[in-house]
Design a protein. Structure first.
Length: 341
């Protein structure tokens, strides 16, 4: 840049001297045509030299501006590299989500087909659900407006973000519109739960499951688009009712009105007898679907084999039976600790 300025100054000085000499020589010679030619040459020289000086000055300025742009671009690159999360979040936290973690979970998935779940609301229910799905090998996006709750679960799930679930733009920015299932577990504010449910359905989420604490709220959520309604408290109460009234029932699945599939401990009076001898279907009006039996070579007590029962299959003391029938028939079955006959 310095040589360009020196050249410009030198050129201007030479042009000035040349022009001055030309002016002195432009004294009237009496020849009008010759005088006009000299004046035109003087103007042309002045213009050309001014143009050269101006161009060189502009080139020098452009060099400075290019340097400024390079510095500014470099600073911008550094800012984008070191603060990608903040840039993605934006200045207004109300409109944009602040991403807390975005690694991909390692290890093999235990699900045949990986599904993506969004758990919105990290209370006791949402927190346990998110952890359970992640342990099963699913991709889980955990969402809550409370940053402390997000930090608590960020190492357990695929992605944990702090955002307002009623902000449509924030949901889309985090890819929640691309999940297979969204569970809205916001239990405190029903308005937020209802609005989040409606937005998720408008975004095209195939399956939206919403939490409701009352039957009326569940009806409202169903009308605004929720595919399923969940009430953890009511379901837990129903489960414990069954376990208290039927102590031998370990798990229960309702198949329809008054019909269930249950897992029970084998009644003590059945030990050593075959199904043909017991006549379970005829006497007790139930069907034994399968038998879960402890493997003989099991050391930790947690490995079971599932045996399809045949008429000559005999029941052992520690067997677990999968039984299907009416609730009354299941309740009438002999107890696990009943005395052998």
């Amino acid at each position: 840049m310095v040589p360009r300025i020196s050249i410009a100054v030198t050129s201007f000085a030479l042009a000035f001297i040349f022009s001055f000499v030309l002016v002195l020589s432009c004294a009237s010679t009496g020849d009008r045509a010759r005088d006009e030619a000299r004046r035109s040459l003087l103007v042309l020289v002045c213009k050309s030299q001014c143009t050269v000086v101006l161009n060189l000055a502009l080139d020098a300025c452009d060099g400075k501006l290019d340097g400024v742009r390079e510095v500014r671009d470099h600073r911008g690159d550094v800012h984008r590299t070191t603060g990608a999360v903040d840039i993605a979040a934006g200045a207004d936290r109300k409109d944009q989500a602040r991403e807390v973690r975005l690694p991909q979970r390692g290890g093999g998935s235990r699900m045949s087909t990986t599904h993506r779940f969004a758990i919105i609301g990290l209370g006791r229910f949402g927190m346990r659900l998110a952890r359970g799905l992640a342990q099963a090998g699913a991709e889980v996006i955990a969402v809550d407006i409370d940053e402390q709750l997000v930090e608590t679960i960020r190492d357990r799930v695929t992605l944990a973000v702090s955002l307002d679930a009623t902000d449509e733009k924030a949901l889309v920015a985090q890819g929640i519109d691309k999940v297979d299932v969204a569970v809205v577990g916001v239990g405190g504010a029903f308005e937020a739960c209802a609005l989040a449910t409606s937005i998720l359905k408008q975004l095209g989420v195939p399956r939206v499951i919403s939490r409701a604490t009352t039957r009326a709220r569940g009806e409202i959520l169903s009308r605004i688009g929720a595919d399923e309604i969940i009430n953890p408290e009511a379901e837990a109460a129903a489960k414990w009712t069954g376990r208290l009234t039927m102590p031998d029932v370990i798990e229960k699945i309702d198949l329809g009105e008054n019909h269930s599939l249950v897992q029970i401990r084998a009644p003590g009076s059945w030990t050593g007898k075959s199904l043909d001898e017991l006549s379970v279907r005829k006497k007790f009006k139930v069907n034994i679907v399968a038998v879960r039996r402890l493997s003989p070579d099991s050391k930790d007590g947690g490995t079971y084999i599932i045996d399809t029962p045949l008429p000559d299959s005999r029941i052992e003391a520690e067997d677990l039976l999968l039984v299907m029938g009416t609730n009354e028939a299941i309740e009438a079955l002999p107890k696990h600790n009943a005395a052998r006959k």
